[in-house]
Design a protein around this ligand. Sequence first.
Ligand code: SF4
Length: 283
Amino acid sequence: MKNSTISWTHHTLNFWSGCSGKNCEIRADCYAAAMAKQYGWNFNRVRLTSDGCWSDPLRWNEEARREKKSYRVFVSSLADFFDDQADTLRPRAWDLIRQCRHLTWMILTKRPLDVPKRLPPDWEKGYKNVWLGTTITSAETMKRLGQLSQVPAFRRFISAEPLIGPLIDMPLSKFHLMIVGGMSGPNWKKYEMNIEWAKRAQEVAKRNKIAFFFKQVSARKDGQRPDALGRIYNELPSGLYPWMPMTASEIEIPAEFLRVPPSEAGAFGERSVPAVSERTDLL
Ligand code: SF4
């Protein structure tokens, strides 16, 4: 059962909440900070979430195992997973992520330079159930793409959300998915996305043969007009096989197991765009 209203994920999970705002171009209008203010807690300090947040993934993992699916989990909607304030908490999160191999963990950060020193010791080329992503909001923040490209990962994704300025053409050979969307909430007008920026981003994704997911236009309410580009784009890269070894050294993976046959792509990863076998950088 999906717990998230975000269209590109099944679940949203926060191991901790709060954020220093480092590298964040929309810090002044952060929805999580506004929520914290409403409830009277200090958003600048990271704090652990409830036990329930830590046990939910075990339940989702079991459901996914039973249903032969891999549910996507968006990590840290109210924080940045690589915030240095969370350095003592993160190893416990990595343990759970590693344990829940039927879940596809989508970890998004605005601090790709901080990622390498905060990966677990057995990360190697990246856990097979983790997609690392970075947020870009306009051409000014696109240097994060090059920075994340340097980090080993099984899948990398771009979240151009909220898109608040035009992007420039970019080489995306190390990426597998681009998500684009406009801002929702009370500040949507201040950061209104020009639909032409989204169209150009879609063209770039197409040219680079990576999956493209258009979430919404800028609007007060979430999820508005997902078909604003002429049709619905909800492509996703192929997911993992839950029985895959988590790290390269656990076992040598036969090349054919890295391919997602079309007949099985629906069960484990929805659409395969492009097929893993076409991406030599993954093999
Ligand atoms: S990085 Fe995310 S959580 Fe942190 S201030 Fe920016 S929008 Fe808010």
